[in-house]
Design a protein around this ligand. Structure first.
Ligand code: 4NP
Length: 158
């Protein structure tokens, strides 16, 4: 797992936060890994993350303010080893673009790394209040911890 892509719908709330949290953990563990994020929709291309995501992340010491939204592209299947979807809708949208079995095998629901086979969603916080953003942070912090440790163990063993 040398390259990881985080995917949500708009690429302004959940996936940029996942990117920021995993990058922070990768830096602390000195991992060699490429991390990016994208949205399945085109609504927010070129925008910075939602101000509520930026504020919540900063509260936890993570700065995602400079990130810019982009849309998921088929070429991302070639560029990334693992593609983490935030919910089943994102998962289905990415899978629908897969060209073959190899592409499909790269796509996982991110919370299955914490709660195997649960198919739990990182809930979309966009239309809710501040507690939703904190909830997203807590879930993604857990998931990124597992992912960073998995990369760390793999890189220690080579
Ligand atoms: P995200 O949240 O997928 O976590 O970035 C959303 C952002 C924007 C919209 C929906 C979800 N929207 O409908 O514009």
């Amino acid at each position: 797992m040398n390259s990881v892509l985080m995917v949500c719908l708009g690429n302004i709330c959940r996936s940029p936060l996942a990117e920021g949290i995993l990058r922070d953990k990768a830096e602390k563990l000195n991992l060699t890994v490429t991390i990016d994020s994208a949205g399945t929709a085109n609504y927010h291309i070129g925008e910075h993350p939602d101000s509520r995501t930026v504020a919540n992340a900063l509260k936890h010491g993570i700065d995602v303010s400079a990130l810019k939204a982009r849309q998921f592209q088929v070429e991302d299947f070639d560029k990334f080893d693992v593609i983490f979807a935030m919910d089943s809708s994102n998962y289905a949208d990415v899978i629908s673009l897969a060209r073959n079995k190899n592409d499909k095998q790269k796509v996982e629901l991110i919370l299955n790394r914490v709660y195997p086979n649960s198919n739990m969603a990182v809930p979309d916080p966009y239309f809710g209040g501040d507690q939703g953003f904190e909830n997203v942070f807590i879930l993604l912090e857990q998931a990124c911890d597992v992912i960073a440790n998995a990369i760390h163990i793999k890189q220690l063993s080579v």
